[in-house]
Design a protein around this ligand. Structure first.
Ligand code: KIV
Ligand code: ZN
Length: 507
């Protein structure tokens, strides 16, 4: 096996903030996105796709803000192959240390005929013209052939040759609808390498969706066949069944370096904190048996396994929990725990906070420890994310009184502080939570509709903290909020208010 430093380099393009955010229920606000971008930098991903700048004012602002803070990775914005889209993407990324314009057009017969209503020659001409246009603005242009895995070979070769001549330095081969299977997808990459005369002038990227559960397998097969860049998302979030999961592709390449003979620049010990960040800011939970980052991924419950593990961990463990940054021990803190122990636990959980924030969080931890006998990692995480992702709070909960009953109609009285002034309303609902949400709407005079609601116990036990996540919609915009409390109704109202604060700020 050759030295790691001599091996072929695979570039990791993270699209959690774009394709990931497009998945139902995964909307993030600006603060969430900036926090996640920090994690992605720590992971040392090569390219961060910050968003689809022209999609909305909010998307534009977040790509721009991310471009302003990311120092080491390239920051890309997606855009259709249209001048106005490219101009907008450039405005959003031009402040980045390493800006990239990522433009695309569909190349499959079905997409060209029914979606674009364009002939192949027109698609070719548009792609070449728009890559030239983008290249005049930005030195780093990526071009994607949307639905490439269902496109005709000769057309693909011609398109790729054309956009490389026009200045694209990365050509992306998406399996947009998750239709490919590994052998076939690998052959596609190998054929592109063999049949596009100027392919050595660009990197080949792959972008796989997981509709058949094959996104990671297809990406790995593509790497073996010569792909240089893999596009992926943390926890595999993304449209429909999601995208290639970053943690899986990275750990597969790392663990089976003997086979792939390729390396990434990822600091794998930052995988677990990044995964937790995505769970916390999107409210999108991970199944317990999910590879690498699921709760059971490193749990060896069966007696035989435990025995083997104790004799030699390599009997059943192909990678260590430490290699993905999973804290080695689970520590439980209580009301007598000091600031020092609390601070070091925060660090072990992957939070790098300044002294002021640690102080504020320590206060919240003490309050919680008064109500709860044991405070564990999940509690601390919930508090820390709550603090880090808090948005401008024009509206605050002052108090509530909700009555739950299966005899009379549930009713709730909520008092909010709206820009420092108290305002109170009473409302009824199907239950105390919906009554409380109705009271909030009535105080604020808004017509926010609850689109999804999720309530989980952060930890076990009767005194567990509850974490509520909500998505509310007003018109065509959806807003996401989360709240944590030992009281389920309070957690729900806090989550609702957080979403509503983003809605009001946007208005
Ligand atoms: O899935 C896809 O084809 C995409 C492209 C726009 C890159 O997300
Ligand atoms: Zn995609």
């Amino acid at each position: 096996m050759s030295e790691k430093s001599d091996m072929r380099r695979i570039y990791i393009f993270d699209t959690t903030l774009r394709d990931g955010e497009q998945s139902p229920g995964c909307t993030m606000n600006l603060k969430d996105k900036l926090l996640l971008a920090e994690h992605l930098e720590e992971l040392r991903v090569d390219i961060i796709e910050g968003g689809f700048a022209i999609a909305s004012k909010g998307d534009f602002e977040s790509v721009k803000a991310i471009s302003g803070v990311v120092r080491n990775a390239s920051v890309a914005s997606l855009c259709r192959a249209l001048e106005k889209d490219i101009d907008c993407a450039w405005e959003a990324v031009r402040g980045a240390a390493y800006p990239r314009i990522h433009t695309f057009i569909a190349t499959s017969p079905i997409h060209m005929e029914y979606k674009l209503k364009m002939q192949p020659n027109e698609v070719f001409a548009r792609a070449v013209k728009m890559v030239e246009y983008a290249r005049n603005l930005c030195g780093d242009v990526e071009f994607s052939l949307e639905d490439c895995s269902r496109s005709e070979r000769d057309f693909i070769y011609r398109m790729i040759e054309g956009v490389i001549n026009a200045g694209a330095s990365t050509v992306n081969i998406p399996d947009t609808v998750g239709y490919a299977v590994p052998e076939q997808f690998a052959a596609l990459i190998a054929d592109i390498r063999a049949n596009v005369p100027n392919i050595d002038k660009a990197r080949i990227a792959v972008h796989c969706h997981n509709d058949l559960g094959l996104a990671v397998a297809n990406s790995l097969a593509a790497v073996k066949a010569g792909a240089d860049q893999v596009e992926c998302t943390v926890n595999g979030i993304g449209e429909r069944a999601g995208n290639t999961a970053m943690e899986e592709i990275v750990m597969a390449l790392e663990t089976r370096i003997d086979f792939y003979q390729a390396r990434t620049n990822i600091d794998t010990t930052k995988i677990y904190p990044a995964s937790r960040c995505v769970v916390n800011v999107t409210g999108s939970r991970i199944q317990a048996n999910k590879a690498i980052v699921g709760e059971n991924a490193f749990a060896h419950e069966s007696g035989i396994h435990q025995h083997g593990m104790l004799s030699n961990p390599l009997t059943y463990e192909i990678m260590t929990p430490e290699s993905i940054g999973l804290p080695a021990n689970k520590m439980v803190l209580g009301k007598h725990s000091g600031k020092h122990a609390f601070e070091s636990r925060l660090k072990e959980l992957g939070f790098n906070l300044d002294t002021e924030r640690i102080g504020e969080l320590f206060g919240k931890f003490k309050d919680l420890a008064d109500r709860k006998k044991f405070v564990n990692d999940a509690d601390i995480e919930a508090l820390a994310y709550d603090l880090q992702t808090k948005v401008v709070e024009g509206v605050k909960l002052n108090r509530f009184n909700a009555i739950a009953s299966n005899v009379i109609t549930p009713v709730s009285t909520v008092r909010l502080m709206v820009n420092g002034r108290p305002s109170e309303e009473v409302a009824v609902g199907d239950g105390p939570i919906s009554a409380s949400f109705a009271a909030v709407n009535s105080i604020l005079g808004i017509d926010a509709q609850l689109e999804s609601f999720d309530l989980v116990a952060v930890t076990g036990g009767r005194d567990a903290q509850s974490e509520a996540t909500v998505r509310v919609r007003e018109g065509d915009r959806a807003y996401h909020g989360r709240g944590v409390s030992t009281d389920v109704i309070e957690a729900s109202i806090l989550a609702y208010i957080q979403a509503v604060n983003v809605l009001l700020a946007e208005k």
